[in-house]
Design a binder for this molecule. Structure first.
Ligand code: IMP
Length: 174
C-alpha cells in the first residue's frame, strides 16, 4: 500500500491540552443536563474517548454511523448506517465528530435528528476546516481550526490508514 509522508500539524501534547479545554467547556455548559454524547463513527471515536475521560459531568454515551450518498454531494443526502440506541426526545445531544470538512454530513444529520425532538443538538469536532460554508453549521465545541488540507491521524484515515497516529498531520496524495 502507498506510504505517504505525514506532515505534523498538532502533537499529542497539543491535542491533549486542547481536548482538556473543550471538555471543561462542555462540563460548564451541560452541568446538571446529563447530555447524550453521540459519537459519529468511525473517525470520532478517538477524540470522543479522550473527551469523555476529561469530562466530569454525567453523560450517556452512544454511537451513530452516517454516510453521504456517493455522487450526490451537492444534495448532501445521508444514510444512517448505525442508528443511536438511545431515545433522544427531550434530551440534550452533543454530536462528536472527527472533522468538519464540507459540513454536509453533519448539517443533514442535525436536521434529521431534530425531527426526534431533542431538547438541543450541538456539535463538537476535533478539527474544522476554515472556509465559508453555504449553510449555517455551528460548531459549538471545536478543537482546532485548520487549513483546507487532507488530514490524518487521531482517528482520521486516508484509505483506512493512519487512524492510529497519536498526532494529527496532513498528507498530499498524488
Ligand atoms: P464532511 O465533508 O464535513 O461531510 O465530512 C465527512 C467526513 O469525511 C468526515 O467526517 C471525515 O470522516 C471525512 N473527511 C473529511 N475531510 C477529511 C480529511 O481531511 N481527512 C480525513 N477524513 C476526512
Amino acid at each position: 500500500m502507498e506510504k505517504l509522508d505525514v506532515h505534523k500539524l498538532f502533537s499529542q501534547k497539543q491535542i491533549e491540552k486542547r481536548v482538556e479545554e473543550v471538555a471543561a467547556q462542555i462540563d460548564k455548559d451541560y452541568k446538571d443536563l446529563n447530555p447524550i454524547i453521540a459519537v459519529v463513527l468511525k473517525g470520532g471515536f478517538i477524540f470522543a474517548s479522550d473527551l469523555v475521560r476529561k469530562m466530569e459531568i454525567p453523560f450517556t454515551l452512544d454511537f451513530l454511523g452516517a454516510s453521504s450518498y456517493v455522487g450526490t454531494e451537492s444534495s448532501g443526502d445521508i444514510k444512517i448506517t448505525k442508528d443511536l440506541n438511545t431515545p433522544i426526545i427531550d434530551r440534550h445531544l452533543i454530536l462528536v465528530e472527527d472533522i468538519v470538512d464540507t459540513g454536509l454530513t453533519l448539517f443533514k444529520l442535525v436536521k434529521l435528528l431534530k425531527q426526534r425532538d431533542p431538547k438541543s443538538v450541538s456539535i463538537s469536532a476535533m478539527l474544522v476546516k476554515d472556509f465559508e460554508r453555504p449553510f449555517d453549521l455551528k460548531v459549538a465545541y471545536p478543537g482546532f481550526w485548520i487549513p483546507n488540507k487532507f488530514v490524518v491521524g487521531y482517528g482520521l484515515d486516508y484509505n483506512e490508514q493512519y487512524r492510529g497516529l497519536t498526532y494529527i498531520g496532513y498528507v498530499e496524495p498524488e
